[in-house]
Ligand binder design. Sequence first.
Ligand SMILES: [Zn+2]
Length: 1018
Amino acid sequence: MPTLIPYTQHQLTSILFQIKDAIYTFLAPLEISAWRTAEPVPYAERLKGEELRLEVGDSWGKLFDCAWFRFRGLVPPGGAGQTVVLLLDVNGELCVVDQAGVPLRGLTTVFSDFDFTTGIAGKRVLPLLNPATGGEVIEVWADAGCNDLFGNLPNNGQVKEAAIAALHEPARQLYYDYEVLLDSLKALPENSARHQQILAVLDRAAHCLQNGINDITVTQACQILKGELDKRGGDPSLEISAIGHAHLDLAWLWPLRETRRKGARTFATALANMEVYPDYIFSASQAQLYQWIKEDHPALYERIRTRVQDGRWEPQGALWVEADTNLTGGESLVRQILYGQRFFQGEFGISPDYIWLPDTFGYSAALPQIIRGAGLRYFSTQKLSWSLINRFPHQSFHWQGLDGSSVPVHMLPEDTYNSHALPASLAKIESNYRDKGVSNQALMVFGIGDGGGGPGEEHLERLERLKNFAGLSPVRQEWTSTFFERWAKDASGFSTWSGELYLERHQGTLTTNARNKWYNRRMEQALRELEWLAVIAGRLAGVAYPASFLEKTWKEVLLYQFHDILPGSSIKRVYDETSDRYPLLLAEVDDLIHQHQQLLSGQIDTSGVQKPVIVFNSLSWERTEWVKVGESWQLTQVPSMGWRVVDAAAPQTLFLPLYAAPDRLENDRLRVRFGDNGAIVSIYDLLAQREVLPAGERANRLLVYSDLGDAWDILLDYAAVEPQPLQLVRAHARVDGPFAVLRQDYCFGHSTMTQEIRLAAGSPVLEFDTRLTWRETQSMLRVSFPVAVQATESTAEIQFGHIRRPTHRNTTWDLAREEITAQKWADLSQRDYGMALLNDSKYGHKIKGNVLELTLLRSVPYPGPRLVEDEDVQPGEPHAGYTDQADHTFRYALFPHPGGPMEAGVVQAGYQFNYPLRTLSVDQHPGSEPATGFSLQIDDPVVIIESVKQAEDSLAAILRLYESTGGSAKARLRFGFEVAEVVETDLLENPRQKLDLNQDSVLLTFHPFEIKTLRIRR
Ligand SMILES: [Zn+2]
């Protein structure tokens, strides 16, 4: 006889909600007061703000307002003997504190309206008395932010709930028993006995509960479910390691200051849950976040330290922040690990042995070597699951980088770092895990993330029930590093992926918020120059190294490399703040550069010339460039990482004639012709005797594309609509010293642009200095350069080397790489000739066919356009809602060259374009150092000294060098100062081996793109 299943899935789910409603019973309201401020104030100043008396339903603030809330009440007699909690929801985020102001627990509105895929973000329960006696006076303080986890203002900031309630613990237990079994139906095959038996007990329990949810029916329902809930699995084919986590974007849809508070709320919640759930292990990455907690909440921080020692809390991922890795420079990536590891080691005695970048928008091919070079062993992400076109084939694999270094990678098989820890989560891990044939281990990262929050009781209750639930893979909570160790035992069976891990999405972030990227490049460069000068000023003039200043400044620069700040995907306020800070940081560093030049100059003999000017070269090869000293231009040869005294009274260097007219610039190397609307119609290489542009094509075309994307994404079809050119308004040519200069003024809409195109005597590099006042909306400015070459691959600089990418769209993988990243240069060459495009601050390139394109700006809505308040701006006025509406300066240059990019010295050209020689006027004086001197010199130019700094733990100097061309090299490094010992170290300055010092030099051997770090002791 057929049986009927009277309860549908829908009805079973509605029973679940009924059980949920029975968990808490209202006992009494709370009196609500709040003291509101625009910005956060500490607990001691909690009464400083505007005082508000509030009822449920009242609005208490606008987006990102802050307030200290006080909730007061009396437990009624009916609460006697019961477990009493507070239910609090102010439609924002709350941090409940104890009487000393120490965070106890974070609470979050249940009305978060951004992303339900991360689960129900709400946390509204504050456990208080167990049991209550009745009559207790309650007073609770909480620090509130008028924003949800994702930077929204839900329900107009109205207080939603503030009540004293009784907890019905059996109903709470039943809720999770029932939920886990109900969800397991999604995971178990419908025709399996397990599925049908679970369905049957759920049905029985539902029948039992339909007459009302009370003590008796709850107990009966629990008994009905118990048998199925207790069924254990057998020998597993897949074991899942689970780690609690709260991905916290250090700025994104909220400002940096809110992140500090998010951190406190999230960490307090994690600690509170550890008291209840003995298996619970929580993890958090980013040393910066811990640093903030240490500064803001020392008592909370001590509790974290204790939990780390207990093994319940894992500091994750070795990095200062979870940085971008496409735009961030090479030395910055090293410093992210250096400062991250030093923090974790110093504070917790722990050195995470893996990189944790679950959310960063693609991963540079330089990373495997950096990871290995820093002594780390593994890498983890999940972001490639976001790719739009191709499905990345592996989740457990070896990632081989630029130099051949390889690191095992685990890409979370659940495709998320916000796992709900439900039965369906475990099932997805198994079904989606592409390498389950070779690996029986997978990692699950559970909790509410992006805006913090982390695991709630629901995650932990589920995991209690799912440890070895029959029909699903068993799951245990443990440290990520413990997982990695066990997982890596199968690494010999993993496949290998070579080269960058390209994210087929978010390519707009290579360009968006261009000024921020410009400043990051300037800071990286200025810090490099300062560190070098400070080291040699120490060696030659005995000047103390500004170590604490440098550490502080580096850490701020590293913070702004966070994966939603540098890529340009944060709200406007974040950039308003970095735009305030960057110029100050840069001015401080520039000022110290100047001071160190002066201190050093005191040692340099300048007595031999009439009006001495010292020219400094921070790059590791001899440079010959035009330098303006006094009123004259002099072609000056400056030694590697050294200086030269020149005489401002000497006559200008002679050079061959230059020609400049609105339609032509010419020196002894190039003849450049300009046509209609200012574009270049011909570049003729006078030495190679060849035309650089394809016949009939134009270069330096400045085109505005309609851009209906957002801060992250350029729509795939953006080029389908005909772009509009900037309109040339006037052109003016002149010869200025050794430069032929053409100034072109353009306009477009409400925007204006001026370009000075310069050709220096004797130089094959055509430079474009650009000033731009940009006021457009929904638009993208690009510049294009067709090249008369036949090349199936382009070359682009990345950190510590370069990579090649196809210029065609043969496969879907080639097609997806439409917008690509480059650091200081990109190049399109055939065997015997080519052209490089150098830049001083741009990253987004497109190189398809024989056209090099550089993406200059994107005016797209900021994330969270709903946050924009000044919509009534006049046309042509900056609009708060769009990125890149600002005044910009940037430079790029064309370098046509015989041969390929490496033979042509494109690497050096890229550095020289970014690091102009610096000059300092001084008095005539004698000195112990010669008028022309060097600090460091390497006899093979393929090896580049990327950075010179003082050691973190001694007065020794640290040198970082790399092979830049992709070949093997043997190079002799000479020192311009006394050296007692040279030791090769890892990237974190731990010694590896002592090198033979031959008087003033060492011989170094490099494999292709190898990075070496040396410690030089006096
Ligand atoms: Zn993120």
